[in-house]
Unconditional design. Structure first.
Ligand code: FAD
Ligand code: DHB
Length: 394
């Protein structure tokens, strides 16, 4: 078994791990990134689509903006729909010109892998076995077995970017962590359809049958989500049932309805809130979904992961340039502050727009009153807009 010396070991080649490797490389800090899945699997996994203004600015400044500028769809507004009517919120007007951009997470991952490869960065996909050891020392170790080799990396620091089910968080003694968790009693059924988007902006909709969301990936591909029961099975949803339910929830009184087309992909997503405190144990730093999960209604998960690795890269750069640990010591508290703010917003958007099984008539009327207030009060709209487009990095 070969033992290599490396400054930073990165576990996970999702958006968090890949972007961290890229930012470190630009700062001249050598790293290695390992993932248990194949490159193809990592690229093709269909997930997030909404990028905050902050995320777009960061990707552009990091030299990752070329394809994003051409293929990303900048949205300066969004619709909230209920009672068969769509109400537009002008995000740009409410936030001094800020906006969101629709660009698939898999496209970001594709761009990041290309940039890492072009710069000679090391990414090991298809690792059959990944493990951490020596976490309570100054030289934590990352062990990786692939089809070709069995390697150990002796690192200064390890970044746990391996998502909710990874090994990094699980390698920390439970007594060193505090976990906060809430499982929301809903599931999203998501589809990608070969159909031109029927609206240039997203539509978040509350209907008596539950939540529905109209989104998109490109000028030819529509992305749609439906709230369904928490124990739902995909085989209970043949294509015609999905379209029937989407039409029932999203058809507006003015006749607007999403365009339909062949379904290219479908999947179920559970709705969970999860935060671990602190985001650090010794020289192991957790980032992205490894440290926190938010329900997808606020479109925050990927954006939080980007903010984490921006902060971690900056702190490591400061450590290597000046010898100061100040940024690393502040990493967890600053991340948790942003995380809880995103958690609050995502939980609020979720309860605003979903129908829970035990809801009474009173609950339903109050929920509609919340939405009615929201679309008629500039103060309420501004609060949604500033959270949705995202706060500056800090
Ligand atoms: P991941 O993307 O989960 O990457 C972790 C990587 O680690 C994976 O490649 C995995 O293979 C690897 N890994 C796992 N275990 C190991 C191991 N033991 N060793 C090595 N590698 C390992 N967010 C938004 O901001 N906007 C949205 O619009 C949005 N919509 C969403 C819609 C859906 C349906 C879903 C499911 C999520 C959505 N999200 C959204 C959330 C977003 O996709 C995640 O927050 C984001 O993927 C987090 O990135 P990450 O790199 O932290 O984790
Ligand atoms: C998408 C996903 C979300 O969770 C969301 O809130 C908005 C859009 C999407 O996949 O396009």
């Amino acid at each position: 078994m070969a033992v290599h010396r490396i400054l930073v070991g990165i576990v996970g080649a999702g958006p968090a791990g890949l972007l961290l490797g890229h930012l470190l490389q630009r700062a001249g800090i050598e790293s290695v990134t390992v993932d248990i899945r194949s490159e193809r699997h990592v690229i093709e996994r269909v997930r997030a689509g909404v990028l905050e203004q902050t995320t777009v600015d960061l990707l552009r400044e990091a030299g990752l903006g070329a394809r994003l500028a051409v293929e990303g769809l900048r949205h300066e507004g969004l619709y909230l729909a209920f009672g068969g009517e769509r109400h537009r919120l002008d995000l740009a007007d409410l936030t001094c010109g800020r906006a969101i951009t629709v660009y698939g997470q898999n496209e970001i991952v594709r761009d990041l892998i290309a940039a890492r490869r072009a710069a000679g960065g090391r990414i090991l996909f298809d690792a059959g076995h990944v493990a951490l050891s020596d976490l309570d020392t100054d030289r934590p170790r990352l062990h990786v077995r692939t089809a070709d080799a069995d390697d150990t990396f002796a690192c200064d620091y390890i970044a746990g970017c391996d998502g909710f089910h990874g090994i990094s968080r699980a390698s920390i003694p439970p007594s060193a962590l505090r976990v906060y968790e809430h499982v929301h009693p809903y599931t999203w059924l998501g589809i990608l359809a070969q159909a031109a988007p029927a609206s240039p902006e997203l539509v978040y909709c509350l209907h008596d049958d539950g939540f529905a969301l109209f989104s998109m990936r490109s000028t030819g591909v529509t992305r749609l989500y439906l709230q369904c029961a928490s124990d739902e099975r995909l085989d209970a949803w043949p294509d015609d049932r999905i379209w029937r339910e989407l039409r029932a929830r999203l058809q507006m009184h003015d006749g607007w309805v999403p365009n339909e087309g062949p379904i290219l992909q479908k999947g179920l997503t559970g709705m969970r809130s999860f935060v671990v405190e602190p985001m650090r144990a010794g020289r192991l730093f957790l980032a992205g979904d490894a440290a926190h999960i938010v329900p997808p209604t606020g479109a925050k998960g990927l954006n939080l992961a980007v903010a984490d690795v921006w902060r971690l890269a900056r702190a490591l750069d400061e450590r290597y340039r000046t010898g100061s640990d100040a940024g690393l010591d502040a990493y967890s508290d600053a991340g948790l502050r942003r995380t809880w703010r995103a958690q609050r917003f995502s939980c609020w958007m979720t309860s605003l727009l979903h129908r829970s099984e035990g809801a009474t008539d009173f609950d339903r009327r109050r929920q509609l009153a919340d939405l009615d207030y929201l679309v008629h009060s500039r103060a309420a709209m501004t609060s949604l807009a500033e959270n949705y487009v995202g706060f500056p990095l800090a």
